[in-house]
Design a binder for this molecule. Sequence first.
Ligand SMILES: CC(C)(COP(=O)(O)OP(=O)(O)OC[C@H]1O[C@@H](n2cnc3c(N)ncnc32)[C@H](O)[C@@H]1OP(=O)(O)O)[C@@H](O)C(=O)NCCC(=O)NCCS
Length: 171
Amino acid sequence: MYRGLRGHSMINAFQNIRNFYWKINLRLQGIRFGRGLVLMPLSHIYQGNGRIAIGNNFSTNRNVVLNADGGGEIIIGNDVSIGCNTVIRAANHDYVTRRGHIPGKIAIADNVWIGANAVILPGVHIGARSAIGAGSIVTKDIPADVVAVGNPCKPIKKIAPPDLSSSDGSD
Ligand SMILES: CC(C)(COP(=O)(O)OP(=O)(O)OC[C@H]1O[C@@H](n2cnc3c(N)ncnc32)[C@H](O)[C@@H]1OP(=O)(O)O)[C@@H](O)C(=O)NCCC(=O)NCCS
């Protein structure tokens, strides 16, 4: 029990060190990010000669890649969470000339949740509060407030706004 607790606090300490490392890494790359950034192990954010901007409370699970190299752009809003193994890549190889990249802009609005193993391709906008299913390949824009799944990823249902009305009888 005691050992388990000690192991847990060591893991937390490593997590804090990793987040500290990533904050320095992002600053050195010139990437703007908000408060509450949490990147789980093996995640990588690489701006290269593109641009990345990240809002508040951004979190990734393990092995998530954000890559804007090749002149692309990745703009992430507030409160965005990303599942394991997801790739967000804002440029295609120019497969015709076989030279360089064709960049695109990826914009992910506030409160979006992306499941594990998704791929977000260049030129895509994901609307606020939407959820992207595990394994989805997002090739086109996804509107706000929907659940979208599949390859290619398409909306399957609307998400109703949560009922925030008070039920404690105080009003
Ligand atoms: C997208 C998701 C949130 C939908 O959950 P839900 O609202 O409970 O939806 P349901 O399970 O009722 O599924 C609705 C339909 O979509 C299909 N579906 C659900 N998720 C899907 C997915 N990721 N890809 C393809 N189809 C999917 C279901 O098979 C079902 O199809 P049907 O109507 O033909 O039976 C969930 O399925 C999902 O993918 N979660 C991601 C979990 C994850 O990756 N967590 C992070 C780990 S690091």
